[in-house]
Ligand binder design. Structure first.
Ligand code: PMP
Length: 434
């Protein structure tokens, strides 16, 4: 395939846009960060006229695919009335009520613009609620890029970030206030003993435990049996706030996210990405006793564009679409994902390529590794990330767009034909990789 127009646009962009991209992660795409011309359903087209089946899905938000007709209509309808008001409007009430209905832990919600902001509010609420300041977070999890939580994060598509396997908390970037991480306690995930001993000895200073329910940002690793239960039980016993960061799993593992799927109700949940179907919006949901702090003005929650009319309309439409026909959309996505994942595993066998696919619902991670299984962060870090990045690059030639770090998403817009095309693309690429 030819990428000349993308290449020249990237060169042009670098004259004006720092880094040439709008989010650091995007610069790593090989052979060049692609420029989109348009997207429809499961397909995206670049400025060179190449078309791809899209499993990157804008890093997660496009749960209904690109330019979904119903969602587009709802957004346009909202826009014609005015985009944002500063004063209150009906859309906020409707969305908040819907969120309280579908998110098990939410008695009330607050609305923001990004996952990073939702996490910022959740941490603030936890500190205000407990009067403590430390926060436990885990190796390999990602909770946005704010100073207070962004630690060094090994990712194949983020250059200059070394793997951090020890318990020292190091900043995720230059320019980050080192002191801002002095409240972060970094633990290995899925390690029951480490969690229990830390919580039992230090609970008096710990405000929150924040966790991805599935380690989607590093290998799509599932919680060990009883692990989320243990976090829930210990935090409850010790008066610590449990924050489930469902920015990836929310509206993806089911309408109620991972908390519904696993039957674990945290004190607070953060959602974003898929919530708006591609329009910027996020939310924090939680139990009354904690959300009351916002009600009472004890905790400030701010943002000029919070709850704007376009974002609330998009979120309402996305949730309604996902809830249609008893959640048939989830069965559809999971069915296709199952077929694709099984197909990838058998292609790995057929080509004698050592690799693993970790999956839950419509999200999965593909890795090249000699390990028999990848169930912790250390094993994930032993994968051949360079080989996978090469795989992702070769997939472009076959008309399939995937993230260079191994994480794939399925949307409701994907169909059998996409899966067939993708499996034959993988077949070709595995041959070339040898
Ligand atoms: N939490 C998790 C679990 C995420 O995966 C992400 C984004 N990848 C964030 C928070 C931050 O969200 P945003 O990029 O919208 O700020």
């Amino acid at each position: 395939k030819v990428f000349e127009t993308s290449k020249s646009k990237f060169a042009q962009s670098r004259n004006y846009l720092a880094g040439g991209v709008a989010s650091s992660l995007r610069a790593s795409m090989k052979p060049v960060p692609l420029y989109a011309a348009s997207g429809k359903g499961s397909h995206i087209r670049d400025v060179d006229g190449n078309e791809y089946v899209d499993y990157m899905l804008a890093y997660g938000p496009l749960i209904l695919g690109h330019a979904h007709d119903g969602l587009t209509e709802s957004i346009l309808e909202a826009m014609r009335k005015g985009y944002t008001y500063g004063v209150q409007h009906q859309g906020e009430i409707e969305l908040a009520q819907l969120l309280c209905e579908v998110l098990p832990c939410a008695d009330k919600v607050s609305l923001s613009g990004s996952g990073t902001e939702a996490v910022m509010l959740a941490l603030r609420l936890a500190r205000a609620h407990t009067g403590r300041s430390k926060v436990i977070r885990f190796h390999g999890h990602y909770h946005g890029w704010s100073d207070a939580i962004f630690t060094s994060f090994p990712s194949a598509d983020m250059k200059g970030h070394a793997a951090n396997n020890d318990s020292a908390v190091s900043p995720g970037t230059n320019g980050q206030s080192a002191n801002s991480l002095s409240d972060v306690i970094l633990l290995p995930w899925n390690d029951k003993a480490a969690l229990e001993s830390t919580l039992r000895t230090r609970h008096f200073e710990i405000a929150a435990v924040i966790t991805e329910p599935v380690m989607c940002n590093s290998g799509c690793i599932l919680p060990e049996d009883g692990y989320l239960e243990l976090i829930r039980d210990l935090t409850k016993e010790l008066g610590i706030v449990m924050i489930m960061d469902e920015v990836i799993t929310g509206f993806r593992l089911g309408i109620g996210g991972a908390q519904e799927r696993f039957g674990i109700t945290p004190d607070l949940v953060t959602v974003g990405k898929a919530l708006g179907g591609g329009i910027a919006i996020s939310a924090v949901g939680g139990r009354e006793a904690i959300m009351k702090l916002v009600d009472d003005g004890v905790v400030s929650h701010l943002g000029t564009l919070n709850g704007n009319g376009v974002s609330t309309a998009a979120a309402i439409a996305t949730i309604r679409e996902l809830r249609k026909n008893n959640g048939a959309a989830f069965a559809h996505m999971e069915g296709l994902t199952g077929t694709l994942v099984e197909g990838i595993r058998s292609l790995f066998k057929q080509h004698e390529v050592p690799g693993i696919v970790n999956q839950i619902g419509p999200v999965f991670n593909v890795m090249f590794t000699e390990e028999a299984e990848v169930r912790d962060f250390a094993a994930y870090n032993r994968r051949d990330s360079a080989k996978y990045a090469r795989f992702a690059e070769l997939m472009l030639d076959e008309g399939v767009l995937v993230r260079p770090n191994g994480l794939w998403y399925m949307s409701t817009a994907h169909g059998e034909a996409d899966i067939e095309k993708t499996l034959s693309a993988i077949d070709n690429v595995l041959l070339k990789l040898k």
